[in-house]
Design a protein. Structure first.
Length: 147
């Protein structure tokens, strides 16, 4: 498995800020889930127009919105909005196949061949599948912290 590329300093600051916000909202269980999601798509931004907001900017906006909403709705907002991130509207393929973002990180996928990346008009995976994956990650992380 290839090492995960490091975040740029501005990105690292943004990441630390939204982890602090998650802790302040008492949503620390979501920290490893958000980290896993970032890891899954990290590197894709190099293939997306620089005019598009980055994944980390989208995450920061989602977390900012969660802070503003009723505390009872924060987890629902987080799950629903994460499942609808613009990164799921991008596809990637190379001679070895197609990238499935919930099964393999983009960095591992692209290590096996130069990917072709394009934007599509509908998300893949669909938001319902992403929500199931997010909840599974949340349960998995909760189980590993109590063992």
């Amino acid at each position: 498995m290839d090492p995960i590329p490091p975040l740029e300093s501005d990105d690292a600051l943004l990441v630390s800020q939204f982890y602090i916000a998650l802790a302040r909202m008492r949503l620390t269980a979501w920290m490893p889930v958000v980290a896993m999601l970032v890891t899954q798509v990290q590197g894709l931004e190099k293939h997306i127009s620089p005019d598009e907001p980055s994944l980390l900017r989208h995450l920061a906006n989602i977390i900012d919105d969660a802070e503003l909403c009723d505390s009872r709705l924060r987890e629902l907002l987080l799950c629903r909005r994460l499942a609808r991130l613009p990164v799921f509207y991008y596809r990637a393929s190379h001679q070895g196949g197609v990238w499935y973002p919930l099964q393999e990180s983009f960095s591992n996928f692209s290590a096996r061949g130069k990917p072709t990346v394009w934007q599509h008009w509908d998300p893949d995976p669909v938001p319902d599948k992403v929500e199931v994956w997010l909840r599974k990650q949340l349960r998995s992380n909760a189980g590993s912290t109590h063992e």
